[in-house]
Write a protein that binds this ligand. Structure first.
Ligand code: 5AD
Ligand code: SF4
Length: 484
């Protein structure tokens, strides 16, 4: 397993193969021919630009899309002045959609100057039928539209567009297909996301994800471990296992496996130094997982555990299937096993029917748990979700006022909590040269907090010991120990 197909060995005069991934390599070879023709005519290779909206899942999807474009022979460029522009969209909140429409207006002006430019849209927003209708009607200059279930088909759709010369639209409602062994171009050489499952079965009442990402499907553990081995062999030291609800990983496989046992297998991969994962649903977090995390040398000391609200009444209406008390008990259990663990969360304010008392319960959870950080969101009405038709939608000004109060609380607490490792030496994975301070690099602690310290580019990708000299709220300033 894990073999990419050599494009030079493909017979392009034959019929396209029916099975995947062979079919996509066939279309990559076809598109590469087009790229060569382009180069001959224009004296340069065509270039592409991609922009990713939304979560880490989308970021990983984009690495696969970039991998395919690279195999076809496109060169990557840093802005929309490109021959091929691809937006990988998000629809979790309405403002993500608005940003995409804004960008499309800009692309329209660019395409008027260069009519040969190709524009493609994919990702979660495209899974909404009314969005696709709107694009067909009002943004007819878009060339290719595809969704979340068939991102592996980019080359085939591009070929279709080049041949038939009209908008190529391919949206699947759902799928049970998982295509392995396609190319991917990693953003960082030393760390990578790894999908372990796709979709979500939880149907939290505010959330559009189950509708646009479909039902839960887990990859087989042997495919995941094989991919991790392959990544490690190419220089990766840290993986982030990705799923909407990793705690229910493996339940629907022919031979069911728990997430905890997948983690054990990942831990055994030689050369891998750090394992992260997200996201965990509190209702499914098992004692076995806590045990595995506690005993692990590689799993990072960080758990992202979205609480969404502190009010049991609101949680019930959100269909979260835990109460405030159960969440707090879970936190106690986790902390009893791993006292230093860093906990982060997601919180929505202004969910329909949320009262000031409900909001006070949320503030109470924030104070009781003392999160390292919290992503706070204003509730956004998503079409066709149960919450969209609930009565008592909270007035925007009230929600905004709660949001501001929550943010102030979260930030004050996080500044205190994050300082817990001050004056200690900790391992840091160096991620980049510092953008703002010359002669400095930036890296992450196991618990995901950033550290800036003097160093140069040669450290990037290495794990080094750093003395944490100064706590600056949500990051540290440090000094490397035993520099060589
Ligand atoms: N409105 C606001 N926030 C939302 N999220 C998901 N759906 C919505 C919505 N309709 C938030 C949740 C989730 C995070 C990824 O996005 O907090 O955990
Ligand atoms: Fe959305 Fe809930 Fe699934 Fe997370 S668990 S993706 S919030 S439905």
């Amino acid at each position: 397993m894990y073999q990419e197909i050599d494009l030079d060995k493909i017979d392009m005069n034959a019929e396209p193969p029916a099975e995947e991934p062979a079919r996509q390599y066939y279309f990559m070879a076809k598109c590469r021919q087009w790229v060569r023709e382009f180069e001959r005519k224009n004296g340069r290779r065509p270039c592409f630009f991609t922009q990713t909206f939304g979560c880490q899942m989308n970021a990983r999807d984009s690495e696969k899309l970039v991998g395919i474009l690279g195999r076809i022979g496109f060169l990557e460029t840093q802005d929309e002045h490109a021959d091929f522009v691809l937006y990988n969209t998000c629809t979790v909140r309405e403002n993500a959609n608005q940003r995409v429409y804004g960008h499309l207006g800009y692309l329209n002006t660019l395409k008027k100057k260069d009519p040969n430019m190709l524009i493609a849209l994919c990702g979660c927003m495209m899974q909404e039928p009314q969005v696709v209708e709107k694009i067909k009607k009002s943004y007819g200059f878009v060339d290719i539209i595809f969704g979340t279930h068939n991102i592996f088909k980019l080359a085939e759709l591009m070929w279709e567009r080049l041949v038939i010369r009209k908008m190529a639209v391919d949206i699947w409602e759902d799928t049970c297909l998982i295509v392995e062994d396609l190319p991917a171009k990693r953003k960082y050489p030393f760390k990578s996301g790894v999908n372990i499952m796709f979709g979500c079965n939880n149907f939290c009442s505010y959330c559009i994800v189950p509708y646009v990402r479909g039902r839960e499907r887990s990859r087989k553990p042997e495919d995941i471990i094989q991919e991790i081995r392959h990544l490690v062999a190419s220089g990766v030291v840290e993986v982030m296992l990705l799923g909407q609800n990793v705690n229910s990983y493996g339940k629907n496989l022919e031979e069911p496996v728990t997430f905890a046992s997948l983690l054990r297998q990942a831990e055994a991969v030689e050369g891998l130094k750090r394992i992260r994962f997200m996201t965990s649903h509190p209702k499914d977090l098992s004692d076995e997982l806590i045990e595995v995390m506690k005993d692990s040398k590689k799993i990072c000391g960080h758990l992202h555990l979205p609480v969404q609200s502190g009010s049991s009444r609101v949680l019930k209406n959100m269909n979260r299937r835990y109460t405030k008390e159960q969440y707090l008990q879970l936190v106690d259990k986790i902390r009893a096993a791993m006292p230093d663990i860093s906990l982060t969360t997601d919180i929505i304010v202004g969910f329909p029917g949320e009262t000031e008392e409900d909001f006070q319960e949320t503030l109470d959870v924030v104070r009781t748990v003392g999160f390292d950080s919290a992503f706070t969101f204003l509730y956004s009405k998503r079409s066709n979700t149960p919450a969209a038709s609930m009565e008592d939608q909270v007035e925007a000004s009230v929600a905004k006022d709660r949001f501001d109060r929550l943010l102030a609380e979260v930030q004050a607490i996080s500044a205190k909590v994050c300082a817990r490792d001050l004056h200690k030496s900790k391992e840091v994975l160096v991620e980049s040269v510092d953008d703002h301070m010359e002669g400095y690099v930036t890296g992450r602690l196991s618990n995901n907090i950033l550290v800036h310290f003097p160093g140069d580019i040669s450290l990037v990708g290495r794990i080094v010991s750093v003395y944490l000299e100064e706590a600056k709220g949500f990051y540290y300033m440090g000094r490397m120990e035993n520099p060589q």
